[in-house]
Design a protein around this ligand. Sequence first.
Ligand code: F6P
Length: 326
Amino acid sequence: MSTIKRIGVLTSGGDAPGMNAAIRAVVRTGIYHGLEVYGIYKGYQGLIQGVIEPMGARSVSNIIQRGGTILKTARSDEFRTYEGRKKAYENLVKYGIDAMVVIGGDGTFTGASIFQDEFNFPIVGLPGTIDNDLYGTDYTIGYDTAVNTVVEAVDKLRDTAGSHDRLFIVEVMGRDAGFIALQSGIASGAEQILIPESVTYIDKLIQKLRTDYSNNKTSGIIMVSEGDDFGGAMEVAKLIKAEFPQYETRVTILGHVQRGGSPSAFDRVRASAMGFQAVIALKDGVRGVMVGTINRKASYTPFEKAIKMHQAMNLQMLEIAEILSI
Ligand code: F6P
């Protein structure tokens, strides 16, 4: 039987659409099961500073549709130090919190893993990042919304690209992962997709542009992940301008717009189910894992594995994108 009576919930690292739906699920599932739930503001930094407040079912009303995170978020340097983590632990003791749900990406789970080993404190994680780069889950909260944001933007760029006969080089987020670029590149019919998981061969890129030109393509989209080995969209644009001075090229860096906005129905549903599962896991005595979804079923992956291993990418999708953009 679980002895947990009071849980804390926080969001950490880059925000992601759907985090609010996850918070709502954690708070309401906790309350439904007779637990007290405390919100910890500004991630681990707020935990260190003791910015902690009780939450009720009504604290999470009307947030399922909102982007960002009502608990705010931060990347905490202090939590990387033992002194910082000790302060954080002391605040958990002070507030009588027995366990935590942390929502974030690899940095969040790295911190959680160290903290729970040092203080023997039960923590369960939820994958909240637009990057979709965590091992042990088919989807991370926020990824679907971010992809839809990119597709919507590229659809608009296509209009102007077509009108002016221009080539747009679009840079999307994904520090170390190309999931957003690949998914949104396929969905928007990009002519080329450059991602860190596959080496970018410049000769191939140039050859494809030549072929497109001879196939009477007068406009196009090159989707570049910010983590691509060749560099970002600016680098690609420089190269194209040097090789094809006759082309009109434009660069669009979508940036943090990808992190905002109302979450898609898919993200809301996944976040709700995962938030629910996180509380059930803690109640069942599970700890030290990220609760994810594999083949539509709840999955538990130890933090170290979720961080160190990489989510597999279906690289055949690159080939599909190439064939479909002739
Ligand atoms: O990890 C999510 C992410 O949005 C990455 O895709 C991006 O590289 C990074 O965060 C940006 O971080 P910051 O919010 O610190 O600018």
